[in-house]
Design a protein. Structure first.
Length: 137
């Protein structure tokens, strides 16, 4: 395993849906993606939205200021979790993005983990998410 993580959201049946990655891999490499969507069904639904122009559509529905705020809050949570302070640090916002939208999967994971993410909320409103339990955030 290249990096440590913990399950933060599970299906009610127990399977993991979202994991939280440590900000660095075991070798010290920065990990830009704090929350990772691991549920295969939800992942597939988000992939379909992305492949049909979802990223560009959501960029028009949510203001650039709100998107920037989502990235800033995400980056702050990741910075607070850093425990390896020498060497390169992860940067960017959701999924390492510096501005705009890149990965709907990362926004959905952020939202499902209980964080304010308007992009993730819109995506989730368009897909079927199974009953879940937020384990920890």
């Amino acid at each position: 395993m290249a990096g440590r993580f913990r399950v933060v959201v599970r299906r009610r049946s127990g399977e993991p849906m979202v994991i939280e990655n440590e900000p660095h891999l075991r070798d010290g490499t920065p990990m830009p993606t704090l929350y990772w969507l691991v549920d295969p069904e939800v992942n597939e639904q988000v992939s379909v939205l992305e492949s049909t122009g979802g990223v560009h559509r959501y960029e028009f529905l949510i203001s650039p200021e709100e998107i920037a705020s989502i990235h800033d809050r995400y980056a702050e949570r990741r910075r607070a979790a850093v425990n390896l302070h020498d060497g390169p640090q992860p940067s960017g916002g959701v999924g390492g993005t510096r501005r705009g939208l890149k990965c709907l999967h990362a926004h959905v994971a952020n939202f499902l983990a209980g964080h304010d993410d308007a992009v993730g909320a819109l995506v989730v409103s368009e897909i079927r998410v199974p009953p879940m339990v937020v384990v920890a955030t």
